[in-house]
Design a protein around this ligand. Structure first.
Ligand code: AMP
Ligand code: ZN
Ligand code: ZN
Length: 319
């Protein structure tokens, strides 16, 4: 938070004028020391969880939001060779605005940006419209499409790791939900690193997992990283918004509690669950637990429904 009050704050480190207040760390910092703190926490996550090496080829999945664009910026500042991937999930004004901002970031960082069009898998439809046709929740179709395309692209282009912008506040919110319902499988997959478990599965990492969401927002603003507020209208439903609101209330009362909660999970170590047997999808060859992967089944179902649609538009979903 920027201090708008009359009293001048001093940076806890260098005693120059400090504008950034971090109640959760009991610190006030000048811009430079604040940038340093956020970037060090990125570096710490990379080292602590052995996410990747200095020489690794990193692909940052960028959405146009503050978290992933700040991550791309921070990794570049830290000297990592990080390219970015933006997936167009439709041809909407929001997608076009996000696309323009990731291009702007690429120009500012002199970074390499790849762009994929997900609509080619849905006959030109956005994932939103595809979900309607499939009669599935938008988040499910969107998440599956993104994960599949990111992995396929990273695999085909020889990237060692895919980095996403997930921040600590969102991770702690998810953790709260997973613990309340003791979702062992999700607790396992929530770990900030998903290792390579198949020749065509690229490791996934969350280097922002030690940074508070509000700090990343501030970092993006002060660094002049233009971004969209991408709080998705379909996102995760009312329950996760409730958990986030409760966690924010707790954090206001007890600064630092979010970090204590999340780091407690980390200290307890990764939960061990039975490892699943992965096989090659009979259609695309990417890893799956069944004969045909969830994405191939999704696309297959979409094209069947699309073909059926003109003849029987109101017919219930089959298969
Ligand atoms: P979300 O599930 O929307 O919170 O997004 C989580 C992470 O997925 C973001 O921080 C990005 O790293 C990545 N991501 C989201 N949308 C896209 C997109 N359209 N293209 C590439 N990466 C994305
Ligand atoms: Zn300072
Ligand atoms: Zn497949």
């Amino acid at each position: 938070m920027v201090n708008a009050g009359a009293t001048q704050m001093k940076c806890s480190i260098c005693r120059s004028t400090g504008n950034v207040r971090l109640p959760h760390f009991n610190l006030k910092l000048c811009n430079e020391h604040f940038f340093d703190l956020v970037e060090r926490r990125v570096e710490r996550a990379i080292l602590k969880f052995k996410m990747f090496e200095r020489t690794s080829r990193v692909l940052v999945a960028v959405s146009g939001g503050k978290d992933s664009l700040s991550l791309w910026y921070a990794l570049t500042k830290l000297g990592y060779a990080a390219d970015a991937l933006f997936i167009r999930l439709g041809d909407t004004s929001v997608v076009n605005a996000a696309h323009a901002l990731v291009q702007k970031a690429a120009a500012a960082l002199a970074g390499k940006l790849h762009v994929l069009d997900a609509t080619v898998y849905f006959n030109g439809a956005s994932v939103q419209d595809a979900a309607k046709i499939l009669r599935r929740p938008v988040c499910a179709v969107c998440g599956l499409t993104r994960r599949y395309l990111m992995n396929k692209f990273a695999c085909e282009h020889g990237y060692d790791v895919i980095a996403t912008g997930h921040n600590m506040t969102d991770e702690a919110t998810t953790l709260l939900g997973n613990l309340l319902h003791w979702q062992d499988g999700y607790l396992q997959r929530q770990w900030p690193v998903l290792p390579k478990t198949h020749t065509r599965f690229v490791a996934k990492v969350k280097p922002m997992a030690l940074n508070y969401e509000q700090d990343i927002k501030q970092y993006a603003t002060l660094r002049g990283i233009e971004h969209l507020d991408l709080s998705c209208p379909f996102a995760a439903g009312a329950t996760s918004r409730l958990y986030k609101r409760l966690l924010t209330e707790l954090e206001d009362e007890q600064p630092g509690v979010t970090a204590a909660f999340y780091l407690g999970y980390i200290r307890r170590g990764r939960l061990q669950t039975a490892s699943v047997q992965l096989q090659d999808c009979q259609q695309c060859g990417y890893p799956t637990t069944s004969a045909i992967c969830a994405f191939c089944r999704l696309v297959g179902q979409f094209s069947r429904l699309k073909q059926a649609a003109p003849r029987a538009p109101a017919r219930p979903e089959q298969g």
